[in-house]
Write a protein that binds this ligand. Sequence first.
Ligand code: SF4
Length: 447
Amino acid sequence: MHIVLWDTRRLDASKDFAGGFGVGYYPGRGGLRGRIIRRYYTRDHRPVALLYAHLAAVFGRLGHRVEYAEDRIPGGADLYVFVPSLITLELERRTIAELKSRHPNARVLVVGLLASVMPEAFDSLDVTVVKGEAEQLLWKLDEVLSYGGQVVQLGTIEDLNLLPPPDWSPFRPRRFRIGYDFWRFPTTLIQTSRGCTFKCSYCPYTILENSARFRDPEAVLDEIRHDVRHWGFRSFKFRDPLFGLNRKVVFQLAELIGRLPRKIQFSIETRIDLMRPEVLRMLKRVGLTSITVGIETPDEETLKRYRRAPIRIDRQWEFIDTCRSLGIRTVAGFMIGFPDDTEQSIRRVLDYAKMINPTFANFNIVTPYPGTEFFREIKEQIADFDFSRYTVYTPVLKYRHLSAGQVEELHTKCFRQFYFRWKYLGENAPLLWPWLQTFSRRACPAR
Ligand code: SF4
């Protein structure tokens, strides 16, 4: 079969994030300073979502021809596969309708997290919606296609080691770069685990399951080797929702990565309490360049209300400091715009961010993702159900003490005031421009 994987980068969608719901780019509000911050992020060409590369591998293994189509509808294919994000949902619905009007007999599968959570969004489109992890089409494609026009539940894959490694060949992967994590490119995405055992009520990563599955570290290393040899990837963004949940896997993986003939760069996303200083040192030695952590807010009560296990403030501060001294970038996520937020509570988040001073601070506006406990809890307080605005940079709730405009204005201030400070530059310059480290070592070899 000729299979088309349809995709879009319109509306700034980065589909791999938020568990597959996707996020946007910072819109660059607030004049020149806002535009400079936006420019920094948009010069990246982020890899396509990992699911596309898994599907390419699955269909390739079944002997089908795979074509990747970004914002166009190639004619004559036997099957069209859509992986919609929340932001692009309307666009994808319109595209499917157009496809169906041009090619009435075209078969369409809709897969991914959004398909799992909101299958009814595709009700009138005569498509087959696949709930659960679509990579299982490796074993079930014929069966799923025989259910034309229905919703099919596949659940999750028990053993991740059974999946073929992602195939990046249809996506022109040499363009991929993520500059906030790395300075060597191209960049790719990879996973050692799926799922998370924590219970943060707003988190989309636990919708399909609230447990974790792990890959064999040897298989992860084989994938890295193959990726380096085949596509020349020099940096690897681990897309585990929570890297480090299994300590043994971390140690084995670090040892294996350390044996690679050529050093790679990699980044992880984790919780601060899973990364002891000795683990950070070990990972740094084998190529760790950047860690994404969710700090969310310094207000413990808010964290507890949304079932986020708090981490002591001194521990957070120490963590950022240790990473800085080891030369590891930190990308810290903060949340503003909870229904009870006030101007003061948002300012406290900004002040806290300035105090711990990570390499990058991402101020996300609280976004209720369908399928989460948080969405169910606060449904009555959602002001806007236009999902194209669920970018994490747009207020969509009703706030008790603030208007949406005030939340947006405070959000703009957070970005502007965090980045344009001497202390920010002073402490983070060697991490932002790593050649400075080489320069200072040359100038002062004793360091
Ligand atoms: S720890 Fe992270 S991945 Fe796990 S539930 Fe909380 S936000 Fe989600």
